[in-house]
Ligand binder design. Sequence first.
Ligand code: PMV
Length: 362
Amino acid sequence: MTEKSFILKPNTHTLENGSVTWSSPSNIALVKYWGKKQHQIPENPSISFTLDNCKTITNLTYASKDSRSGFSFDVFLDGEQKDSFKSKIETFFKRIEQYVPFLKDYHFIIKTSNTFPHSSGIASSASGMSALALCLMSIEKELSEDISEEFFKQKASFLARLGSGSACRSVEGDLIVWGSHKAIVGSSDLFGVKYPYNVHQNFKNYQDTILLVDKGEKQVSSTVGHNLMHNHPFATRRFEQAHKNMSQLMNVFENGDLDAFVNIVESEALTLHAMMMTSLPYFILMKPNTLEIINKIWSYRNTNNSKVCFTLDAGANVHVLYPENEKDSVLEFIKNELVVYCQNGQYICDQIGFGAKQLIDE
Ligand code: PMV
């Protein structure tokens, strides 16, 4: 597939009006995407677990209008008008217009809500952009009935990527690869694909408890962070390392080696933050409590022969990952020893999920 395959042929007709709703999950990367080329093309391949409970639900209503008036839409978050989201969506529409040329033919009302708490520090851009891209694909499907399910998902992921890179990994589950890797057939820089090989039982229903350490605004956005990988002194080595870690994770998924899994995943998280700390300007997104939690996890793992580990995204929150058979014991550990480091004691229990779903409008 190339970019050109996603350009929709000029429409022969316009829909009068309609409404569509999608629910799309968040995802957590095991091998991280950090650094991009033009048009949201990643510098290295990444792989993520799709989450289950943390999701965005977006309802898109559309009514035809004269296309000459340009883009026209209103956005609501939890029922309240949210004009501060408009510029991000306008940028998204501009980026994807050549692939979905019908955007100016409608006035849209975008009503969105997240299942995770407001300003929890959990990025809603992945789930949000993916849900919106899927809604737009439902319109495309109405306009051109002959599109296959595979194309629908690929193009939804392709569009979501242009909204927020990691959003392309939120369309499907449960393990998604984005970025081309020589050993993964079908992997692409343009969209996410389901990990195509056998995955050991050990990873079934893998758990992710998200510890909300700091719910404040990030000091440095991920857009700025990605750009700081240009001219970064360690960039080339980092991108090579990501390729190697992907290859090693492939072995782990095959043989179920949880110790190796822990090493790769934690190293990836710390490398991501090491890249932030060594860019110019440098910055630190971890907080003292992030480090307290990491140390507690290490000591719990050693004394209990556990396979629990952590990963981080571009923020201070900690994702605690563990196999399903440790669910009770690790939750007990979290409650007893980690919750004190969470802002207002907040954490979210989640697990691997299977991707976005269309909801039937009432
Ligand atoms: O999708 P973006 O541009 O917000 O970047 C996300 C980058 C990380 O969350 C830090 C890593 C990843 O692969 O999800």
